[in-house]
Design a protein around this ligand. Sequence first.
Ligand code: FE
Ligand code: FE
Ligand code: ZN
Length: 286
Amino acid sequence: MNPLSTPQNFKIGSHLSSSGGYLAMAKTAVEIGANVFQFFTRNPRGGAAKAINPDDIAAFLAFSKENNIGPILAHAPYTMNLCAAEERIRNFALDIFMDDLHRMEYTPGQLYNLHPGSHVGQGVEKGIEWIVKALDTAMTKEQTTFVLLETMAGKGTEIGRSFEELNTIIQAAACKERLGVCLDTCHIHDAGYDIVNDLEGVLEEFDKVVGIDRLKAIHINDSKNPLGSHKDRHETIGDGHLGLDTLRKVINHPWLKDLPFYLETPNELPGYAKEIALLKTERTGT
Ligand code: FE
Ligand code: FE
Ligand code: ZN
């Protein structure tokens, strides 16, 4: 299939480097056959974000409208731990979160994904308390950005390893209207949800616990490790423990097929282009 022809309604793309700005990312997306993309708001290790360039934003908005790009998904830095034990680290994380949400409004109505955090020994309950507090401080009724909590593999003391933990956060938060979930196929498999043998059952459980309407994005990754390993090591599509059969079912599932899919597989751009082309051929119907 021509990599530039995308099956109707299939929103597929990958993580891209943000070093060249928004317009550069959108152009790269088109070059690799994508119509959505993910990027880090700043260095994944944290630190200052580049100043917003209004000309770049304006050019990006025009280009993405013309080329049907979006939604775009901004990913918070990994070091942003909203439930750290130390107050200084929590405040640093909150500063980043608030600055990111402010910047997101330059591209209205897009998606912002974050790892809920690691409780580092304080316990899940205390960790969730800090996360909810941070969400309530940073989110406003006026914001147009959707904040997505990512399903986590359960490495170390990560919160978000179960649908119940994510739902507890959502139910306790004040700004629920702009709160959703990003489901990472590698992470939920590593957390112990068996989407290889029972995708239907896992999705039904998500619906029962969180509500399928909360699901706004998918990280489409294979996994280097077996079910329940709590490892979080992504594999290229079809080469891991999930396999192409499972990932094909994910992109074609009636509850998921209209959501945006973002690859975070270990690839450079040519590898992403190949995986995007492959998933387009695996897409059935519209
Ligand atoms: Fe992530
Ligand atoms: Fe992810
Ligand atoms: Zn991961």
